[in-house]
Ligand binder design. Structure first.
Ligand code: ZN
Length: 289
């Protein structure tokens, strides 16, 4: 299923995609999380998914045309967003950093979340070198602590598309930690759906692409991940509890803007599309202030 959070008449609620329509899961009796989001459905596990599937199969379920609703971020405030850096060899090479031997995690503050079609906004007084990074996003489905790799996929709820927006002029200054440069408000657009994992039996065969103003900038495949999804979950969950709804952007392939000749940075009016095969695409307009 492709689950989403959407609003009509200003009221946010969970939904499931059916062709070009959205079934209203709140009207079908499923719980809406804060901001109408999917968190309660994720926490509810298989029992909740069964209810969503029933609503999907019900010909009388209340629904809306997808083109007439506003699509919101699937979960506006997950307990955490733990991203993985340097997880494709071509991206390590273009950044001039060594290929890591263990996953390289960093946080994006949860206030950086925005919707799949929202504007990306940043203060030009703080950063002028803003860049895109298409990533497969993993959404955790069950509380995970000290999970072995062999069991790690059991803890996945589904997959989504993330653009890990990054301020390059802040990323490599000072102590070179990345959290602030990747955590401005709106720097974590994601969605448009969380695709449940039954629809993506193998997350390591998916094409990932970025198209900036109609021009392809990144094009790779999740088969090229240095650390795959089970390895990432096993690594992150050693001593740290992952909670349902937590978002893990898994890293970006080569082709980012700041290492191009000449460098490409996002500017006012640019339209950046990030897509992952089998999930969909997010599309954001750049609006620096
Ligand atoms: Zn990234």
């Amino acid at each position: 299923m492709k689950l989403l959070t959407f609003s009509v008449d200003g009221k946010a609620r969970p939904g499931v995609l059916k062709g070009d329509r959205v079934i209203d899961l709140a009207a079908a009796g499923l719980p809406a999380g804060p901001n109408g989001g999917l968190i309660e459905i994720v926490r509810g596990g298989d029992a909740m998914l069964d209810r969503a599937r029933k609503a999907l199969d019900d010909p009388n379920a209340k629904s809306y045309e997808l083109s007439k609703v506003k699509v919101l971020p699937p979960i506006r405030q997950p307990s955490k967003i733990v991203a993985i850096g340097l997880n494709y060899i071509d991206h390590c090479k273009e950044t001039g950093l060594p290929v890591p031997t263990v996953p390289v995690p960093f946080s994006k503050f949860t206030t950086s979340v925005c919707g799949p079609y929202d504007d990306i906004v940043w203060p030009l007084s703080v950063t002028k070198e803003v860049d895109y990074e298409v990533e497969l996003g993993v959404v955790i489905g069950k509380t995970a602590l000290n999970v072995p790799e062999a069991k790690a996929l059991d803890y996945v709820f589904g997959y989504t598309v993330v653009n890990d927006i990054s301020a390059r002029d802040l990323q490599f200054v000072g102590a070179r930690q990345w959290d602030r440069s990747k955590s401005f408000d709106t720097f974590c657009p994601y969605g448009p759906y969380i695709v449940t994992k039954d629809e993506i039996p193998d997350p390591h065969v998916l094409q990932v692409r970025t198209i900036l103003n109609g021009k392809e900038m990144q094009n790779s495949n999740t088969k090229n991940l240095i650390f795959n999804v089970p390895r990432i979950i096993a690594h992150l969950s050693q001593g740290t509890t992952l909670l349902p709804g937590d978002l893990i952007p898994t890293g970006t392939p080569g082709g980012v803007g700041f290492r191009r000749t000449p460098p490409v940075f996002l500017k006012d009016g640019d339209e950046c599309v990030c897509e992952v095969e089998g999930i969909g695409a997010i599309r954001n307009r750049m609006r620096p202030r």
